[in-house]
Ligand binder design. Structure first.
Ligand SMILES: [Cu+2]
Length: 183
């Protein structure tokens, strides 16, 4: 890509074209992140929108512009990868995680569910993880202090092989959780 900004503007323009085309047909544009999108392909509405956008591309006379248009449409309607498989659910209780040792495979997800009988606030804080995790990863794998009940966190995919050590920082001496991620 020669220019990130140019590409982005081109992308936005193509989105506009798709939206306009769909609007003209009286169809509401569905975002690609719609829950109905599947791994195998697009939803029927997305397929129609793609076909319409492609038709427009194919009317472009200049070959280079036509190819660029087709490329943009293909990129815009690329199916999203499947969401990570939920492999474990960890209970957040007063004052312990349950279970405290979890093993999952790389790329699988973990969800935390607060016990509705809790009286205390808790959090999930990633203390140490495999090499290569960024500060953003640490942030994404931690919560603020929660209300005691009716709170969930995740599912969060763990993408690096190794050991993730979590605590509740409010009860760090007793609330520990070790998640091992294997290949
Ligand atoms: Cu706690």
């Amino acid at each position: 890509m020669k220019s990130g900004i140019k590409a982005r503007v081109a992308g936005m323009l193509s989105v506009g074209v798709v939206t306009l085309a769909m609007g003209a047909a009286g169809v509401v544009a569905a975002p690609l992140s719609a829950a109905t999108a599947t791994t195998s392909g697009l939803t029927p509405a997305q397929k129609r929108a793609k076909a319409k956008a492609m038709k427009k591309c194919k009317k472009i006379k200049k070959a280079s512009k036509r190819r660029a248009c087709i490329k943009r449409v293909n990129k815009r309607f690329k199916p999203k990868p499947a969401p990570a498989k939920l492999a474990a659910t960890v209970g957040v209780h007063d004052d312990y995680f349950s279970p405290t040792d979890v093993t999952i495979k790389k790329g699988q997800a973990v969800k935390w569910v607060w016990d509705n009988n809790n009286a205390n606030a808790h959090n999930v804080t990633l203390v140490t993880g495999p090499a290569g995790l960024t500060p953003k990863d640490y942030y994404n794998l931690s919560t603020p202090n929660s209300p005691a009940v009716q709170y969930t966190f995740g599912p969060k995919a763990l993408t690096k092989v190794g050991t993730y050590d979590f605590v509740c920082s409010l009860h760090s001496t007793v609330m520990n959780l070790k998640i091992k991620v294997t290949n």
